[in-house]
Design a protein around this ligand. Sequence first.
Ligand code: UDP
Ligand code: MG
Length: 322
Amino acid sequence: MPQLISLIVPCYNESSAIDLFVATVTPILDAIADTSWEVIYVDDGSRDDTLEKLIALTQKMPSSRVVELSRNFGKEAALTVGLDVSQGDAVIPIDIDLQDPPELIADMVAAWREGAEIVNARRVDRMSDSLLKRKTASGFYKIHNALSRIKIPENVGDFRLMDRCVVNALKSLPERQRFMKGLFAWVGFRTVTIDYTRMTRSAGSSKFSAFSLFNLAMEGFTSFSSAPLRIWTLIGGCGAFAAMIYGFLILLRTLILGNSVPGYPSLFVAIIFFGSVQLISVGLLGEYIGRIYMEAKCRPIYIIRKMHGMQNGCDPEREPEI
Ligand code: UDP
Ligand code: MG
């Protein structure tokens, strides 16, 4: 039986990017020897005509399948859906805007056949992203990797090839709040990295605002490290020690020079400073408690409204387990 390659394509309001994506990816997949392929489009609650276009595609191309989610669950959840329904021996998540170059798929498959279980694609040139996005992304990787034992490779996005054994490992992870880049790194396995240059979007605009990227970064920090919690014990300890020394110095000065009135500004600054430090640490505690709360509810990661094209070209031996 030829090896099956599954592409997972999360789509959120991507109507303008679909045609070009299909036209680019199809010949590339066809050209890979000894393989069959399927493309799983996950419609993540699009509000334009993305879903209609994707359904029409399943009628034209039997190897296209569409999973329709009941609302927008976010890219991490959409990727999880794709991993759950994919049947491939190798699975590749890819963005529909062609920022992840499909030409790399052939190289990824070659590396996989040579024994790699994960083939990462690393962006060597992110000039297509704004300066702010590049700087904040690099800051995120640095802080995350300093805090966490699980290191996320810098500039490696979700675009990567994963062997079936890696996908099965990912599927076995029960957490509901999923920071995929961290989970990919957490499962381990033999990894090879290929470099590429990141292109600009083929059509449409980015679906990630600065705020959603900040949320994703917080998700990353709190999912894979408890160091942000622990650091406050250290800061508190240092602060208390400094306060003790300062107190001792004041006592000494009062004994030698007598009592003096000045000191209001420093007092005021100290109150504000320690007040804010406390607020930050309480906020951070809230972040973790929020995570416990979300996990404790045990809600599903996503809800599927309907699957389209699943009967077409689908091998009953490889039926998805949902
Ligand atoms: N996406 C999604 N759900 C969302 C946001 C984005 O499925 O809530 C998809 C989007 O359609 C695209 C991919 O995730 O295929 C990457 O999104 P985008 O290109 O906007 O991100 P960027 O490249 O700007 O980081
Ligand atoms: Mg993009």
